[in-house]
Design a protein around this ligand. Structure first.
Ligand code: SF4
Ligand code: SF4
Length: 712
């Protein structure tokens, strides 16, 4: 164009545009490479982590969680905004590359983007730049005006990142503005010179700017063109180099973080990758004590966290005021890493993590419920890190006072209550129970096909023993040839392992595996989700295991269990998903299907249900630990049930039962709310009478319910 030079041709302050932009490119890329290389230093010094298997499954994860932004819509407004920004960035990536090249080579056109394809792509990018710009404006307004609570940083966790976030959002907005101005000025100049001007997408930012500039004198347009390009280049490289200093580093790392994410989330990380159980005695130090004890993948997590606060927003420990907020487990480690592995300066090994950035209470406060991991859009892992930190504390003898006794009891007696082994089967001895059901103790091989693994709480807790008896009666009703290990059973060790006591867990597991093998059973059933999770994922070489809710659902579908109608049709039931049945094992539908099969049973869902279920307060050893908290998790949960309009909470875990019944008392809701285990409810509702009578009862209930809803 006459009087309108390309940016590569312009000479400004005696510097040729091409030379200037080559210099900016080289400098920008060199700085970025050096910064990223420095950021990789701690990862190279970290512990091993085996994440190179299953490439196709990992790619699938990338497509789902990175490209399709699978978890973003869980937060509708913020998620939608993020999806627009992400898609905008993807669309603009090629344009950004073309614009960068334009500084050193005039009239550069990306291969494949000439002609019609280029025309369509340009229109799309005009809209993409506009959408990203608008999203930035909205995001800044959200931060400044609406101030979502989950972004707040309580004083004990240090300074907030609001200023940094707004600065970065503004820079991205500036980048979009410069990009749009660059395109608009060119189109305005072309239009003035009567050339076939580049068509800009109607109502896009470049289109609006072109309309404003269309009668601006050409020399001014030339300067604006060069200025817009220079601003674009400087902003682009500044952003590139600034991002690795804060939360925006996730833009670069998230793809890798998702590719290397844990595929078998339900399986706990081994003490040391590559060291088998039989060689653990040669490991000098267990768990994470210093920053370098984390694995490289866990460090990558620290870089990849976007600080969105969704993990903490869903963390029950955080909700009840325990000194734990998972988001800050990450951000404190990231700050620690930046401090001890600076971009400029020497790397230095810092102090032990516990006592410097983490407190013991913070680490013991976690119930390993998995809500944080379920929510995180970037698949940041928490449970393994927390368990590793606990392993480190246990290794140093740093065990909470209240947990020392149950741990000793587990070591000596195989249960946290310190009860005699021979008393394990006492729950099955009451006379009235034995009149309805006989429970075999499998003290010789091939005594039964199915093992009912009872575990400690159901064996020894007076209230929970009723769940054991209900479970046994159900197994009996469906004709299962089953038995129990009795004195030969030990605690499953599920909580012991999550508590960080790996050696004790191994002893309990090995004892149970030997006893199970000796019994000659073909399959295992348990009513305890913690035992279920341990047998399924922590044990090896044992027969397949089922939770009792799965078995009941199957028998209901097969017609082997029929229910009589509920007696009180005014009761409203809600199902509380135990963490180790739901989130950790995806058993959501079976218990609900069973409830829905009971005639006349009215069921409502709590807002936080299924994979967003709210932990009851933690099972296993958490029953013996008294964390600092403002409110009990169980109390919050029964309040949620009441808000949903329920007056009966059904659960399928003995630990949940302990916490719920306790919470009902603490919340002063006795008489207004009750809790019952699914096995107890099923046992109570099983129709042991003739089917015709049941059908008649069910019809009456249905008529009654219809009449009542008609009258409303
Ligand atoms: S596992 Fe549960 S309790 Fe632990 S940090 Fe995550 S959400 Fe909080
Ligand atoms: S860990 Fe995940 S959910 Fe938590 S703040 Fe970081 S990105 Fe958000």
């Amino acid at each position: 164009m006459d009087g309108f030079q390309s940016v590569a041709q312009v000479t400004s302050w005696f510097v040729a545009g091409r030379a200037l932009f080559v210099f900016i490119h080289v400098l920008g890329l060199a700085c970025f490479s050096c910064i990223v290389a420095q950021r990789l230093v701690p990862l190279l010094r970290a512990e091993r982590d085996f994440r190179f298997d299953w490439p196709w499954a990992r790619l699938e994860g990338v497509l789902k969680y990175w490209l399709a932004q699978w978890k973003q819509p869980r937060y509708r407004a913020a998620g939608t905004l993020h999806i627009f920004i992400f898609v905008g960035f993807l669309v603009l990536a090629i344009r950004a590359f073309s614009v960068l090249i334009a500084g050193v080579r005039e009239n550069f056109v990306m291969p494949g983007l000439s002609g019609r394809a280029g025309y369509v792509y340009d229109l799309i990018t005009d809209y993409a730049a506009t959408i990203v710009f608008l999203c930035m404006v909205i995001a800044v307004i959200r931060r400044l005006v609406f101030k979502p609570a989950r972004y707040a940083v309580p004083a004990r966790y240090g300074k907030g990142h609001k200023a940094d976030a707004i600065f970065l959002l503004s820079l991205i907005a500036l980048l979009m503005l410069a990009d749009s101005l660059f395109a608009a000025v060119k189109a305005a100049a072309e239009a003035q010179q009567g050339q076939s001007a580049q068509v800009l997408a109607a109502f896009s930012l470049p289109w609006m700017l072109r309309n404003v500039l269309v009668s601006t004198p050409l020399p001014i347009l030339g300067r604006l063109y060069f200025g817009a390009y220079l601003v674009h280049e400087l902003t682009f490289y500044f952003l590139l180099c600034y991002r690795p200093f804060g939360i925006q580093f996730h833009v670069e790392t998230s793809l890798f973080n998702i590719y290397f994410a844990k595929l078998d989330r339900e399986i706990l990380k081994p003490v040391r990758w590559g060291v088998g159980d039989e060689h653990l005695d040669q490991v000098k130090s267990f768990g994470v004590k210093t920053f370098e004890d984390f694995t490289w993948k866990h460090m990558l997590d620290f870089y990849s966290c976007a600080d969105c606060g969704r993990c903490s927003d869903n963390c029950p420990a955080n909700a009840v005021g325990r000194p734990l907020s998972p988001r800050f487990i990450t951000s404190k480690a990231r700050d620690y890493s930046f401090e001890h592995y600076p971009v400029l300066g020497r790397a230095s090994k810092g102090p032990a993590l516990i006592g410097s950035i983490y407190s013991p209470d913070e680490i013991w406060s976690c119930t390993t419920c998995g809500a944080c991991e379920e929510e995180c859009p970037l698949l940041v892992e928490y449970i393994d890190k927390i368990v590793d930190l606990r392993r480190g504390m246990i290794d140093e003898g740093n065990v909470p006072q209240s947990l020392q006794k149950p741990l000793k009891a587990l070591e000596s007696r195989g249960n946290p209550y310190g009860k005699m082994e021979k008393k394990r089967a006492d729950w099955a001895t009451p006379k009235e129970f034995q009149q309805t059901c006989r429970v075999k103790v499998l003290d010789h091989p091939n005594g039964a096909e199915t093992l009912y693994f009872v575990d400690s709480i159901t064996s020894f807790d007076d209230r929970m023993q009723a769940i054991g008896r209900a479970t046994a009666r159900i197994l009996n009703h469906v004709g299962e040839n089953f038995g129990i290990l009795g004195a030969a059973e030990r605690d499953s060790g599920h909580e012991v392992r999550r508590f960080g006591e790996e050696t004790l867990f191994m002893a309990l597991r090995d004892h149970n595996v030997d006893a199970i093998k000796a019994s000659g059973v073909w399959r295992i059933v348990t009513g305890d989700p913690h035992a279920y999770n341990a047998l399924k994922h922590d044990y090896h070489d044992v027969p397949p295991v089922e939770h009792i809710s799965q078995l009941i659902a199957r028998e209901v579908r097969a017609g082997n269990i029929r229910f009589k109608p509920v007696e009180n049709i005014n009761n409203v039931y809600t199902y509380h998903d135990p963490c180790y049945l739901g989130r950790h094992n995806q058993i959501y539908d079976d218990p609900r299907d069973v409830l829905d099969a009971i005639p006349g049973l009215a069921r409502v869902e709590m807002t936080r249900s299924r994979d967003r279920s709210f932990c009851c307060g933690g099972g296993g050893l958490m029953l013996f630990y008294e964390p600092k908290e403002e409110q009990r998790m169980g109390v919050k949960r029964v309040q949620m049930a009441a808000e949903a309009g329920a007056n009966v909470i059904v659960t399928a875990c003995p630990f949940c039962m302990v916490n719920m019944e306790d919470a009902i008392k603490v919340a002063g809701m006795e008489g207004k709310m009750t809790a019952i285990d699914l096995a107890e409810l099923v046992d109570q509702q099983i129709a042991r009478a003739c089917p015709e009578w049941i059908e008649q009862q069910a019809t009456e209930i249905r008529e009654c319910v219809t009449a009542s809803s008609d009258s409303h």
